[in-house]
Design a protein around this ligand. Structure first.
Ligand code: SAH
Length: 248
């Protein structure tokens, strides 16, 4: 069980697999006013940076589920490095349908809402692991600028304009689903650069090391188009944020 190989190559050196920087995760950890011992479930936990740094800085405990064996292994190593292995647990698994055995204070899905078939389905899934009165965290892209045409939306990597909402639409969609938005931290273009531009050197080094790999043509094609696609589309059109929600 694994995610598509292009991600485990291009993001093999990433600690954070989304446009959040370490500073943004630190801000989010601070503003949520978590109490020591708070229990967090993270679906699509990637390389575990959120849970590991929050365990170090806020004494939370956590469970992270991720479908990438590589990222899960990196998360376990990061927990060891930060001395929090006894407080955070990472599991290689499909998070679709995952419900925690013990209910959590915070249930999160940061940049992987396809796990529940979209935002609404992911909120329903996370709710099943949440204590009454608990908080949900959703990390999700939105249109910072709405593309003028479907072709531009596709060039951004969306299947259509309808894949994403604007920020006001996204915030009001949480209300429609029955939630108060109780906090929010938004990524910025610098964060997008850290996420996207950090892939290019990794791709280039992989190509140099593996010129005869069957996958090399795909990696070459990606590196050839990625920088222009980023500056023309992703960086201009996409916003991204983490929203903290509590049921009304
Ligand atoms: N929340 C992390 C990672 C976001 S990237 C961070 O902030 O860094 C999306 C993550 O979802 C990747 O790590 C990918 O491996 C994982 N993923 C994709 N499909 C999944 C699934 N069905 N179940 C669990 N994890 C999944």
């Amino acid at each position: 069980m694994d995610i598509p190989r292009i991600f485990t190559i291009s993001e093999s050196e990433h600690r954070i697999h989304n446009p959040f920087t370490p500073e943004k995760y630190a801000t989010l950890g601070r503003v949520l006013r978590m109490t020591p011992g708070a229990r967090i479930l993270d679906l699509g936990s990637g390389s575990g940076e959120m849970l590991c740094t929050w365990a170090r800085d806020h004494a939370i405990t956590g469970i992270g589920i991720d479908m990438s064996p590589l990222f899960t292994e990196q998360a376990i190593r990061r927990a060891e490095e930060l001395g929090v292995s006894e407080h955070v647990h990472f599991e290689h698994n499909d998070a679709a349908g995952y419900v925690a055995a013990d209910k959590c204070d915070i249930a999160a899905c940061i940049g992987a809402t396809w796990i529940g078939g979209g935002v609404a389905g992911t909120l329903e899934l996370l709710e099943q692991s949440l204590k009454p009165g608990g908080m949900l965290l959703i990390g999700e892209p939105y249109w910072r600028q709405v593309p003028a045409t479907q072709d531009i939306a596709k060039a951004c990597g969306a299947t259509s304009l309808a894949d994403f909402l604007t920020l006001p639409e996204l915030v009001s969609s949480f209300a429609t689903l029955g939630y108060d938005v109780v906090e929010m931290v938004l990524a910025d273009q610098e964060g997008w650069d850290r996420y996207e531009a950090a892939k290019w050197l990794t791709l280039r080094r992989w190509l140099t090391a593996s010129p005869d790999d069957d996958f090399a043509p795909e990696v070459r094609a990606e590196l050839t188009i990625a920088p222009e696609r980023h500056v023309s589309f992703t960086r201009e059109y996409f916003g991204w944020g983490v929203f903290a929600l509590m049921r009304r």
